[in-house]
Design a protein around this ligand. Structure first.
Ligand code: GDP
Ligand code: MG
Length: 205
């Protein structure tokens, strides 16, 4: 058959998108290493991708998670990048109204170019910054409901809901996603993680 159920022998491409500065790189580093590095990531330098196995009640799921950098303006992400994605994490910053207002445009772009069955999670990041918050949880929930996507508030700083977001994606992929075989990435030794030290431009460290 042309399609396969989500299977442990395949890697599911997952991409992080959203405006520059919302915390995409920090979010992925937090998931990957359990650490937060203050304000260190050069805006145009992404960490590439990292491959992680996520455990779900239905079994394990391998995710190849891509950070985007320097592609944060609309229409600057290549269509192929969207087309191959099985899951998308769309982030905004609860302290930035513009990053929230831009979510509609991001969702329109995702709906236009991404696979119809792709899992989409809307992420309200920097939830730890309560005193400078300008976007309420209800605003995010309402927008997510309007577009029928999952919603979660997170903090890449203290780690709140970061692992949970990836577990949600893995569970959704595991439970209900079918993809054409050609869209699944075979695991090869070359897909191994890039060591963290090679990824960031973090303060020269
Ligand atoms: P990107 O451009 O989307 O990759 O965003 P970065 O990961 O480079 O983060 C932008 C800035 O926001 C940096 O100064 C981070 O330290 C900060 N930041 C990212 N996530 C959080 C968070 O959850 N809480 C707080 N307080 N700061 C964050
Ligand atoms: Mg970044």
């Amino acid at each position: 058959p042309d399609t396969v159920v989500c299977d442990e022998s395949f890697v599911h491409k997952t991409i992080l998108v959203g405006d520059s500065g919302v915390g995409k790189t920090s979010f992925l580093v937090q998931f990957d290493t359990g650490k937060f590095q203050h304000g260190c990531f050069a805006a145009t330098v992404g960490i590439g991708f990292t491959t992680k196995t996520v455990l779900t009640p239905e079994g394990s799921v391998k995710l190849q998670i891509w950070d985007t950098a320097g592609q944060e303006r609309f229409r600057s992400i290549t269509h192929a990048y969207y087309r191959d994605a099985h899951a998308l994490l769309l982030l905004y910053d609860v302290t930035s109204k513009s990053s929230f207002d831009n979510i509609r445009a991001w969702l329109a772009e995702i709906k236009e170019y991404a696979h119809d069955d792709a899992v989409i999670v809307l992420i309200a990041n920097k939830a730890d910054m309560q005193s400078s918050r300008v976007i309420r949880r209800e605003d995010g929930e309402r927008l997510a409901a309007e577009f029928s996507v999952t919603f979660m508030e997170t903090s890449a700083k203290n780690g709140h809901n970061v692992t949970h977001a990836f577990q949600m994606i893995a569970t959704n992929l595991r439970q209900r996603q079918y993809f054409p075989r050609s869209k699944l990435i075979n695991i090869t030794p070359a897909d191994d993680d890039v060591p963290p030290s090679n990824r960031s431009s973090c303060c020269g460290r």
